[in-house]
Each structure stands twice: as structure tokens, then as C-alpha cells.
Design a protein around this ligand. Sequence first.
Ligand SMILES: Cc1cc2nc3c(=O)[nH]c(=O)nc-3n(C[C@H](O)[C@H](O)[C@H](O)COP(=O)(O)OP(=O)(O)OC[C@H]3O[C@@H](n4cnc5c(N)ncnc54)[C@H](O)[C@@H]3O)c2cc1C
Length: 325
Amino acid sequence: MAIYADVIIIGGGPAGSTCAWKLLKKGVDCLLLDKQVFPRTKPCGGWLMPEVLEDLEIDAGEYPLSLMSFDRYHVHFKYLNLCLKSLQFAIQRYEFDNWLLERSAVTVIQHQVAHIKQDSGYYVIDDQYKCKYLIGAGGTNCPVYRTFFKSINPRARELQAVTLVDEFPYDCSDENLHLWFSINLLPGYAWYVPKCKGIVNVGIGTLTPRLQKKNDSIKKEWQKFIEKVSALSLIIDYQYNPRGYVYYLRSNVEVGQVGNAYLVGDAAGLATRDMAEGIGPAVKSGLLAADSITEGKTYELSLIKKYSSGNSLLNRVTEYFLADS
Ligand SMILES: Cc1cc2nc3c(=O)[nH]c(=O)nc-3n(C[C@H](O)[C@H](O)[C@H](O)COP(=O)(O)OP(=O)(O)OC[C@H]3O[C@@H](n4cnc5c(N)ncnc54)[C@H](O)[C@@H]3O)c2cc1C
């Protein structure tokens, strides 16, 4: 017989755990399935804007694990170097995601979801789990997206972001956050994020179709980037082992709910158009989906920000770079 819960959430990243946290606070019976055992590694810069902590009701001073705060960051664009004042945070996903999941107090079962079907108003997952409401929080390859949304809500191929990232212990001499924009005139950026406990995170991300158009690859861009990081003496003599992942920037698609099935986080393709920030939109969508279930509110993706920056001029610059010329 199938295990029943009123709500089943597929995926225990920030989108799924936040949704579970909110649902359980309201006393809703829910269960979370993830194919991986937590704590698990997630390729990510781990950079957070203050509003993400607010949405999660986390007091920065009380977060018990690694949380680096920056009151400024350095932006490099060709020969232009700017130091911008703004509060930013950096966490380690390995510990952060696990902490969020534990805090939610949801029951987690390790299970890789393959098939989902509907049966008399319920969702049945791999003939083993059954629920009334289904939350797709399984990231880019989420089976809820595949089963119920792909044909009506296709992701914008031109907005597929491809990334390479490495995070490792390193004795950083520069404790500032650096971003390099428009490398090789591609949209996207590369980053250097020093973290607590002598950890550093470096990575690069751009749009897949743009690379293909230039007959370029993310690996070639990565190589140029680490040479730059070395030339700047930020990281020297290190044997990198970068990991890649693809996800989608926010497009005009606004369908996040079909029947009682919801898409949240990367499963819905919600990363911001300017900075590819995905944790904030994942958290926000998790909260909104929970509100929709508990309070009968419409689940509106339009309530989730499309840009990390609130500056309309910068947003126009973003659109200029995203426009497929
Ligand atoms: C290199 C890189 C750097 C990034 N840097 C930043 C950054 O600095 N700041 C920022 O805000 N965003 C960043 N992002 C984006 C951010 O990582 C994602 O947007 C965010 O993790 C989305 O959260 P999520 O909960 O939707 O999905 P995820 O965190 O990907 O979680 C999905 C979960 O679903 C599980 N799952 C998947 N398929 C199945 C299945 N079939 N069955 C069961 N479980 C399944 C997975 O195991 C996983 O635990 C970055 C992304 C990349 C790739």
C-alpha cells in the first residue's frame, strides 16, 4: 500500500525545505522525497541577498553555521573596476541546505522519483507514495515539471545558464567578494567568494546558446578565468575540480500550478535575469506555494522578483545583454 501524506514535496533544496517549513508551521501533513542523502553537495556560489534571510526568518547573528557577510563587493567590467556598497552574505550550501531541511522538521525519505500519475484526484508517485497536493522542487530535472508542465510551460532554451564552480579550503589573502562581468563579451559573470573557515568559492556562468554561437565552451572560459584569478594572485597553484550544472533564468512563462501540482525554485526556472540568483526565488516560491495550499491563495509567480537589482537602469542593461543579437 502507498504511503500517504496530504502534501508530498519532491526535492529538499531551499525551495522544497522552505515550503515544508511553512506547511508544517501551519500543521499541514507533509512528506519530502529527495534522491540524495543530506547533507549533500550542491554546485553553487552560495551568495545571498539580505532579503533571503528575512524571508527565511534567519537572524544573521544567530545562524549557527558558516555565514560570511560583506558590506561591499568589487565589480570588474573590462577596464572598469567599481567597489559597490551593499550588504551581501555567503553560506556553504552543504551545511545551509541541510540546516534548512532539519529546521523544517519534515520527514525526509531518500527516493529518486521516476514516475508520477494521477488517480481519482490524487497523485501517485512510483506506486509507492500518494498525496493530494504535489510540490515539484526537484531542480532543473524535476519529474513534476517533466510530467505536468513541460508541454504547457516550456522553459526558454535561450535562457539556459551553464555554470562551472569549485569550492575548497584556501588561505585567502583577499577577503573581498569579486565579480567579473561580460567575460569574452558573453552575458553572465565569474565570481570569487571567500567564505568562513578558510573556504573559497570560484565559478563562472553564462548562457549555453551564446557559447554555442561563438563556438566556445564553458570549459574554455573556465580555463581563462582561473588564469585570471592566478594572475591577480587571488588563488595560485591550485588543482581545480569544478562541477557543472545547468539551470534556467526567468522567462515570461508564469504557469506554476496545474491542478494541485506546483513548481517551485529551479524546477520553475526562476533564477533572476541579471545575476542568475536562484536561492532567493526558490525560497519565495516555496513560501508562496505553501500559502496557496493553506490559505487558498492564487500561486502567482509574478510576485517573485525577476531581477536581483532594484535599479531600473541596470535592469535595462541586463535586457540589452540578454537580447539575442
Ligand atoms: C554554479 C552555480 C552557482 C550558483 N550560485 C548561486 C548563488 O551564489 N546565489 C544564488 O542565489 N543562486 C545561485 N545559484 C542558483 C541556485 O543554486 C539554485 O537556483 C537553487 O539551488 C535552487 O534551489 P532548488 O531548491 O530549486 O533546487 P536544488 O537546490 O537544486 O534542489 C533540488 C533537489 O531535488 C532533488 N531531486 C532532483 N531530482 C529528483 C528526483 N527525481 N527525485 C527526488 N529528488 C530529486 C535533488 O537531489 C536536490 O536536492 C547557482 C547555481 C549554480 C549551478
